[in-house]
Design a protein around this ligand. Structure first.
Ligand SMILES: [Zn+2]
Length: 446
């Protein structure tokens, strides 16, 4: 007698599965079986019993998206359209200093709720009060890396080396979904000694480092004046360039620096909306990919985006390369989709765990509702053009289900781990308090 096959924990049945595996296989009407945290089987009509079944007919099943650079800030939509220097001096820095743990908790709740609803399953947050944000992630169910944002500023616009080290020591090995890292803000806001000490600490604790690099022309000029070199060469001198490091922006990386980063296996994270909104410039993403760099995609903070919609970032990444290179073939859509999935996972050092739908990997999965006219038509059951529809037509609001490590965080657009009304109330209260503390008036327009 054949033994009954054991029931799996979760079966996602009959979906159009966009695996993002090395062959970039797209499987129409396929099942994904999940046991515990992992994908255990994948293919047409698996026919296994399951404790929970999600009907995925009329849905695409994707690897969860990876937001490889964000700051969980609270005050989007305030003081928009200012010149960058005024915006930083009058808005951003006073706000950074005014956060408390309680205000940060509300910000983390809002950001993580939005990311779950937009199909982001993994994110890197470089900002303040990391332990508070990590506690929110324990509850939200998202996979996250928290890099306390260290700034050399006696007035406390950021975290310090001491507070960051305490966080790393406390959270290393505590929760397999939540990883600590070091986050020196940028070469112009952290001195050489700060970077050197962070390099030593990251090696000692065996954790990643995330920093902003070569973002604007102003940064290039400032670093040239102070150190007589470029931001990337400056970090090379300080011994920071290795596979532990991921850098955000890289807008002004020169060809020889791209080669240097590839040799040292440094990852780069592209933030197209932020680069446009802050008038920073167009990053040479096609050149990074051609050189073989690990490249991820980020939203940056809600101050410079303003939403956390990685579908929008995929689309803008593709459009910006085409426009700036005068080449409509630049950054084709499967490559754009890879930036937000496998690319982001690899950029954050999580490529073996997440970023694609493959047996043995973490069950970080999202479902897209295909029963909507802006995603039609699909040819050959979707095999012919699903990536095109996802990159050029889809948006965060099309995500119906979000699953991380086998746990369903959102079903039919209802978030199960965080409570929408409670988060909205906390955000309203914390927002008012933050502006008061920062001395910023949200005045109505005359
Ligand atoms: Zn940033």
């Amino acid at each position: 007698m054949k033994p009954e096959p054991e029931a799996v924990d979760l079966l996602i049945r009959g979906g159009l599965v966009v695996t993002m595996d090395p062959a970039r296989a797209v499987l129409p009407a396929a099942d994904v079986a999940v046991q515990g945290e992992r994908i255990v089987a994948l293919g047409g009509s698996l026919g296994c019993a399951a404790r929970q079944v999600i009907d995925a007919r009329d849905r695409a099943v994707l690897p969860g998206l990876v937001n490889a650079h964000t700051h969980e800030t609270l005050t989007r939509g305030l003081a928009e359209d200012l010149p960058l220097e005024r915006w930083l001096a009058e808005i951003c820095f006073p706000l950074d200093r005014a956060y408390t743990a309680e205000i940060m908790r509300a910000a983390a709740l809002m950001n993580q709720l939005e990311m779950i609803r937009g199909g982001i399953t993994t994110f890197l947050d470089i900002y303040r009060f990391p332990a508070v944000c990590a506690e929110v992630a324990e509850r939200s169910g998202l996979r996250a890396i928290f890099a306390p944002q260290i700034i050399d500023d006696a007035e406390g616009a950021g975290e310090t080396i001491e507070s960051a080290e305490a966080f790393v020591a406390e959270w290393r090995g505590r929760n397999s979904r939540i990883l600590p890292a070091f986050g020196p803000h940028a070469p112009y806001s952290c001195g050489p000694e700060t970077y050197r000490r962070i390099g030593e600490l990251a090696r000692r604790y065996d954790v990643p480092i995330h920093t902003h690099l070569a973002e604007t022309r102003w940064e290039l000029e400032t670093i040239a004046q102070r150190y007589g070199t470029t931001p990337a060469r400056h970090l090379e001198r300080l011994g920071l360039l290795d596979s532990r490091l991921s850098v955000a922006h890289g807008t002004y990386l020169e060809p020889d620096e791209i080669e240097l980063l590839r040799e040292r296996d440094v990852a780069v994270v592209h933030n197209p909306t932020s680069n446009m909104k802050l008038a920073s410039g167009v990053a040479p993403v096609s050149a990074w990919l051609a050189a073989g760099l690990r490249v991820g995609l980020g939203t940056d903070s809600n101050l410079s985006n303003n939403n956390l919609d990685l579908f929008e970032e995929m689309r803008l990444a593709a459009l910006l390369q085409k426009l700036s290179r005068g080449d409509a073939a630049a950054l084709p859509c499967f490559d754009a989709l890879a930036l937000a999935t496998t690319g982001g996972a690899r950029a954050l050092g999580l490529g073996a765990a997440t970023g694609s739908i493959e047996v043995g990997k973490q069950a970080d999965l999202i479902l897209i509702d295909l029963n909507q006219p802006h995603l039609w038509p699909l040819f050959d059951g979707g095999r012919a053009n699903i990536a095109e529809q996802l990159v050029y037509s889809a948006g965060a609001a099309d995500v119906s289900h979000t699953i991380v490590a086998g746990q369903v965080l959102m079903a039919q657009r209802q978030v199960l781990t965080l409570e929408l009304d409670a988060v909205r109330a906390a955000v309203a209260e914390a927002g008012t308090r933050l502006l008061e503390r920062a001395g910023i008036e949200a005045a109505a327009r005359p």
